[in-house]
Design a protein around this ligand. Structure first.
Ligand SMILES: NC(=O)c1ccc[n+]([C@@H]2O[C@H](COP(=O)([O-])OP(=O)(O)OC[C@H]3O[C@@H](n4cnc5c(N)ncnc54)[C@H](OP(=O)(O)O)[C@@H]3O)[C@@H](O)[C@H]2O)c1
Length: 335
C-alpha cells in the first residue's frame, strides 16, 4: 500500500509517499480502508521532531482518519466489515490502510461525509471537550477562541455560537476575519484582543492554543469565575540547530502561578491522552457531541482547497505551515 513513511524529521522535504506492506490484523484488530486522513497541527510538530507523543522513527505519520472496515480479527466484537469508522491512533493514518485495535475506532455517523468525519476526532472532539466537558460553558457567557479560523477554532466557534454564547475569535488576516464573521463570531486581532475585551466584555471561557504573550494576555482578561482551557502553543517555533530558539521556546511556553488565579479555573486538555488511556470517557463524549451536531445541523469546515491527494502531502503541510488554511486540511490516500 501507499503511505507517508517518516524516516527522518525536518522540513516538508522529508515527506514522501512510499510503498510499504499492507498491515495484517491480530485477533482484536481491525483493518480500515482509509478514505481521508486528517492533517493536524501536531503532525507538523511530529514531522519537525518536536512532538514526543508520536513515537520513535520510522513510522507512518497521522493521528486520525475516516474510512470503512475492510477486515476484522477473530475476536473483534464492536465492529464488522463495511462499518463507517473514525480512527484515532498515535500514528499510521497517512496511508491507504491502517490496522489497529478495535478500541482505536469510533463510529462515523451516516450524516457526515467521509471528508467531514476525518475532522471529528482531532478538531471537533477537542473543541467539544474543552467547552462542554471541562469548562461547562453556559448560554449567554462570553467565549474567546484563540486562532478561530483554524481547524479546532472553526469547530469551537460553531459549537459556542449554536449554544447561545457571545463569541469572539482571534486570527491574523482580514480575509480570515471575514470567515470568522460568517460563522457568527466577532473577529479580533492578536495585537489588541485583550484591550478590547477588557473594557467591554471579559471572557468567561477562553480556548487558548497560541502560547507566548497571547497566553499571558488571555489570562489577564479572564472574568471572575471564568475558565481557560489550554490546548496548544502554535506560536512556539524551534530551530533545532539554534540554541537561542530553544531558549525563546522555553520562555514562551505557557505557564501559570496559582497565585495569579483569582476565583478562576485553568485547565489543560490533551485528547491523545484521553483517546489512548481513557477510552471509557471518550465513548459518551463522542455520543453527546455527534448527537448535538446532528440536532444543530453542524458540519466541519473542509474547504475544497484544503483537500489534497496524498501525493501532495508536502502542500498539505505547507498550507498549515504558512497559516493559509481555514478549517481542516485532509488527505485523500487513494490519489
Ligand atoms: N490538546 C489537544 O488535544 C489538541 C488537539 C488538537 C489541536 N491542538 C492544538 O490546537 C492548536 C490548533 O490546532 P489545529 O490543528 O486546529 O491547527 P490550525 O488552527 O488549523 O493551525 C494553526 C493556526 O495557529 C495560528 N497561529 C497563531 N499564532 C501562530 C504563529 N505564531 N505561528 C503559526 N501559527 C500561528 C494560525 O492561525 P491564524 O493565522 O488564524 O493566527 C494557524 O493557522 C495547535 O496548537 C494544536 O497543537 C491540541
Amino acid at each position: 500500500m501507499k503511505a507517508v513513511f517518516l524516516e527522518k524529521v525536518g522540513g516538508v522535504e522529508v515527506l514522501n509517499v512510499s510503498s510499504v506492506p499492507t498491515p495484517t490484523v491480530a485477533a482484536k484488530e481491525v483493518l480500515v480502508r482509509i478514505k481521508y486522513a486528517g492533517v493536524n497541527y501536531a503532525d507538523i510538530l511530529s514531522r519537525q521532531g518536536l512532538y514526543n507523543w508520536a513515537g520513535k522513527l520510522p513510522y507512518i505519520l497521522g493521528l486520525e482518519s475516516s474510512g470503512i472496515v475492510e477486515t476484522v480479527g477473530s475476536e473483534v466484537e464492536k465492529f464488522k466489515v463495511g462499518d463507517r469508522v473514525v480512527v484515532a491512533s498515535k500514528i499510521g493514518n497517512y496511508a491507504e490502510f491502517i490496522s489497529c485495535h478495535e478500541n482505536s475506532l469510533l463510529p462515523a455517523p451516516e450524516e457526515f461525509s467521509f471528508e467531514e468525519a476525518a475532522c471529528l476526532c482531532g478538531s471537533w472532539a477537542t473543541a467539544w471537550t474543552a467547552l462542554f466537558e471541562m469548562a461547562r460553558v453556559r448560554p449567554g457567557e462570553v467565549a474567546l477562541i484563540q486562532s478561530g479560523a483554524g481547524s479546532v477554532g472553526t469547530a469551537a466557534i460553531q459549537l459556542a455560537v449554536s449554544f447561545g454564547m457571545q463569541v469572539y475569535a482571534t486570527t491574523s488576516t482580514p480575509s480570515k476575519m471575514e470567515h470568522i464573521k460568517s460563522f457568527g463570531a466577532t473577529p479580533l486581532s492578536y495585537q489588541d484582543f485583550d484591550k478590547i475585551l477588557e473594557k467591554s466584555n471579559k471572557p468567561d471561557f477562553i480556548l487558548e492554543s497560541v502560547g507566548g504573550d497571547v497566553h499571558a494576555r488571555s489570562l489577564k482578561i479572564l472574568a471572575p469565575l471564568g475558565r481557560l482551557v489550554l490546548i496548544g502553543a502554535s506560536s512556539i517555533k524551534v530551530n533545532k540547530v539554534n540554541p537561542f530558539s530553544w531558549y525563546n521556546a522555553w520562555r514562551n511556553l505557557p505557564r501559570i502561578k496559582v497565585s495569579d488565579l483569582h476565583s478562576q479555573g485553568y485547565m489543560t486538555l490533551h485528547m491523545g491522552f484521553l483517546l489512548e488511556d481513557h477510552r471509557e470517557k471518550i465513548i459518551p463524549i463522542w455520543t453527546r457531541m455527534t448527537d448535538y451536531m446532528r440536532q444543530h445541523n453542524l458540519k466541519p469546515i473542509v474547504r475544497p482547497e484544503c483537500i489534497f491527494p496524498m501525493s501532495e502531502v508536502r502542500k498539505a503541510h505547507e498550507i498549515i505551515d504558512k497559516r493559509k488554511n481555514i478549517g481542516k486540511v485532509i488527505l485523500d490516500p487513494s490519489r
